[in-house]
Every structure is written in C-alpha cells, then in structure tokens.
Design a protein around this ligand. Structure first.
Ligand SMILES: [Zn+2]
Length: 173
C-alpha cells in the first residue's frame, strides 16, 4: 500500500487510541504523531518510501542487512519494539498507539500481491488470498475511507453534541 494509505490508517489508530484512553490534549497529539510514524516505520527498509527518504542512511543499512519487507515487517520486529517500550515504561496509550500502528502497516502490506515476511527469519511470504496492487483503485479508496473514519472518530463527540443540542431545541417547540 502507498504511504498515504499507511498514514491514514495510522491516523485512525491514533484517533481510536485517544478515544479509548480518554487522553488529555498533549497526550492525544503525541499518540497521533506516534501512531502515524509507526504506521510508516516498517518501510524504513525502502529507501524511496516516505520514511526512508527522511532517514536515508539508516534506511540504506536496514535494506542492506535485511532486504525489503522482511525484518521490519515481521512479528519479531514488532515484538522487539514492544519489549523496548515495556523496558522504558512508556505509558500504555503510547505503547498501544505504536504497536497497533506497526501491526496496521503489516496487515495492509499483507493485502498486496508482494505480501510480507511475517515470520522472518523464516523465508515465508504471507499474503491474503485476495490482494490488491499498491497505488490501485482499492488502495486509493482505502486511504480515503480510513481518513474519513479517522475524522469521524476525532469529531464524534462534537457531532453527537450538535445532534443532541438540536434535538433538545426541537423538543422544546
Ligand atoms: Zn511496507
């Protein structure tokens, strides 16, 4: 999937995490930044990806060591990041935002014909039986749907407030 699709999925993960944990404004902004970054992070192995272009040398080294869509798209990688977050005793909502952000990336890549090496270092490619080309219509529609979903989650309480407010006014007359 394209960086845009991954990032919009990260946005949705962030929005849901802030809703679930009722985080304050500062934590909410941090949660969203972290979930968007982690939804893009696995593509650090790809020098031309959004995140790879930002960290060229690191990206080049990871690609050289592991190849594309291997280590950084595996359960092992997610496990190591989870372990590190646990060691530094990161707040639970940061941990959730990062881990789910990473998982969302791997799942989205499993829906493409290339698949991922989920069980790295085992050289097995995992992909869903039904898969869609990166940059295709499904990819683009998914990016839009995920963004709309994220915006809805962000403004859910405001939307409900407005509905309640107008409902109240109408019942008065
Ligand atoms: Zn990827």
């Amino acid at each position: 999937m394209t960086g845009k699709t991954h990032a919009s999925c990260g946005l949705l993960v962030g929005a849901l995490t802030t809703q679930y944990f009722h985080t304050d404004l500062f934590s909410s902004v941090t949660v969203i930044v972290l979930s968007v970054i982690s939804s893009l992070l696995p593509d650090i192995c790809h020098t031309q990806s959004k995140i790879g272009r930002k960290f060229k040398i690191l990206s080049f080294l990871i690609r050289l060591l592991f190849g594309h869509r291997t280590f950084t798209h595996s359960l092992l990688f997610i496990g190591i990041i989870g372990f590190l977050l646990h060691i530094i005793e990161a707040p639970i909502y940061y941990e959730v935002a990062i881990i789910i952000g990473l998982i969302s990336h791997v799942i989205l890549d499993m829906v493409t014909p290339k698949g991922v090496k989920l069980l790295y270092p085992l050289p097995i490619t995992i992909k869903t039986p039904l898969n869609f080309k990166t940059g295709g219509l499904v990819d683009l529609s998914l990016a839009t749907a995920l963004t709309v979903g994220a915006i809805y989650v962000f403004f859910q309480s405001e939307v409900n407030d407005i509905i309640h407010h107008w409902g109240y006014i109408f019942t008065q007359y």
